[in-house]
Design a protein around this ligand. Structure first.
Ligand code: ING
Length: 315
C-alpha cells in the first residue's frame, strides 16, 4: 500500500524590487509547466513569492508599503497561476503578503487544490526581526513592523490523499510549529522561506545558515514522522543574498532532493505518505509515549525563567 504524492519544490531566484507580479507569476507558471512534465501533483512555492523581500526596507508611514500586499487572492495578476495549475491538475502552496479589507497585514500562505480551489490559509505566527529602524544593521528585517502575528493557528487540511500542514520561514525554527500540526496528524508540512545569508542580529559563521536551515526541518520531520518541504526564494535581491537549499525531507529526516542553484529551480520527489505510518505508530506514537503532565510550561510560559534556588526540582 502506498500513497504517492509527486512533490515539486519550486525554488525561485531573486525578485527585483521593480519586478512586476506578472513577471513573478510567469516564472511560477513556467515552474508549473516543468512540474507537469515531471509528473508532479503538488508544488510548493516560496514565502512572499510575488515580490521582493520588502521587510528589508524601512518606511515610516506603513500605508506607503501597501503596494507590496495582495488585497485579493486570486487577483488579476495571480489568476493565471491558478488557471495554469488547475489545467495541469496540480495543487500548490503560495506565500504572499496579505492586506485584509479591515486593514490587517499578515505574512500569509494558501493551500490550493488541483482544481484551483483555495483549501486552506495560514498566517505566519513566528515573526523574526524587529519593528523599528536599527541603523547598526547592514539591511533591515522589519517583519515585526509590516506584519501582525498570525491569528489562524497551525491548521492542517486533507489534500492529495493525505493531511497537509503549512508554515512560513522562521516558523521552521520552532519545534512547537511542527508538534501542533503533528498532534493534528500532519503527514506533510510545507513552507517557503526568505533567509538572508547574513545574520544581522549577531555574528555567526556563514556556513551555519544552511546547516541550521536543514537541521531544523530534518529534525522536526523525524520527530513528527512527517514529510517536510522547504522552498527558498534565493539569490541576490537588491544587494542582499538569500540562501537557497530548498529541499524535500522524508519522515526519516533524510533529504530526498535538494536545490543546487540560487535560481528558479524545480526539485521533485515521488513521496509516499505511508512512510509516515511506521514512526507515527511506533517511536513517535504520541498517544502511547507522550507525558503531557510534565509539559505544561511549554504553552503557559513564554520566556525562560531561571532557577532561584541552588537547584530547580520538579514542582
Ligand atoms: N527569515 C529568516 C528565517 O527565519 C532569520 C530570519 C534568519 C531569523 C536566521 C533567525 C536566523 O529564516 C524569515 N523571513 O523569517
Amino acid at each position: 500500500m502506498s500513497r504517492i504524492v509527486t512533490i515539486g519544490a519550486a525554488q525561485m531566484g531573486a525578485i527585483a524590487p521593480d519586478e512586476s507580479r506578472e513577471s513573478c507569476v510567469a516564472r511560477m507558471v513556467e515552474l508549473i509547466r516543468q512540474a507537469k512534465s515531471r509528473g508532479c501533483t503538488f508544488v510548493v512555492f516560496p514565502e512572499l513569492a510575488l515580490t521582493t523581500f520588502f521587510p528589508r526596507y524601512f518606511e515610516e508611514d506603513i500605508s506607503r508599503m501597501d503596494h507590496w500586499y495582495e488585497t485579493e487572492m486570486p487577483g488579476p495578476a495571480t489568476r493565471p497561476l491558478f488557471e495554469a495549475a488547475s489545467e495541469a491538475g496540480i495543487g500548490f502552496y503560495l506565500g504572499y503578503a496579505e492586506l485584509t479589507p479591515d486593514g490587517h497585514r499578515f505574512n500569509s500562505a494558501i493551500l490550493v487544490d488541483e482544481t484551483g480551489r483555495i483549501n486552506g490559509k495560514y498566517r505566519k505566527v513566528h515573526l523574526p526581526g524587529h519593528s523599528e529602524y536599527e541603523p547598526h544593521r547592514p539591511f533591515q528585517h522589519l517583519e515585526k513592523r509590516y506584519f501582525e502575528p498570525g491569528d489562524l493557528g497551525f491548521g492542517v487540511w486533507r489534500q492529495h490523499g493525505g493531511i497537509i500542514g503549512m508554515a512560513i520561514c522562521n516558523d521552521r525554527r520552532w519545534a512547537e510549529t511542527y508538534r501542533v500540526m503533528g498532534l493534528k496528524g500532519a503527514e506533510m508540512i510545507v513552507l517557503g522561506y526568505n533567509t538572508p545569508d547574513l545574520n544581522t542580529s549577531g555574528h555567526e559563521p556563514n556556513h551555519l545558515r544552511m546547516f541550521h536551515n536543514h537541521l531544523a526541518m530534518q529534525a522536526n520531520a523525524y520527530m513528527n514522522g512527517c514529510w517536510v518541504v522547504g522552498v527558498a526564494k534565493a539569490g541576490i535581491e537588491d544587494g542582499c543574498m538569500l540562501i537557497g537549499g530548498s529541499c524535500i525531507i522524508q519522515p526519516s529526516g533524510e533529504i530526498t532532493a535538494v536545490a543546487t542553484s540560487l535560481e528558479d529551480e524545480l526539485i521533485t520527489t515521488a513521496g509516499d505518505l505511508d512512510l509516515c505510518n511506521m514512526p507515527k505508530a511506533t517511536i513517535f506514537n504520541f498517544a502511547k509515549h507522550r507525558r503531557i503532565e510534565h509539559y505544561g510550561i511549554i504553552a503557559s510560559q513564554t520566556g525562560a525563567e531561571l532557577p532561584t534556588k541552588l537547584s530547580e526540582v520538579a514542582e
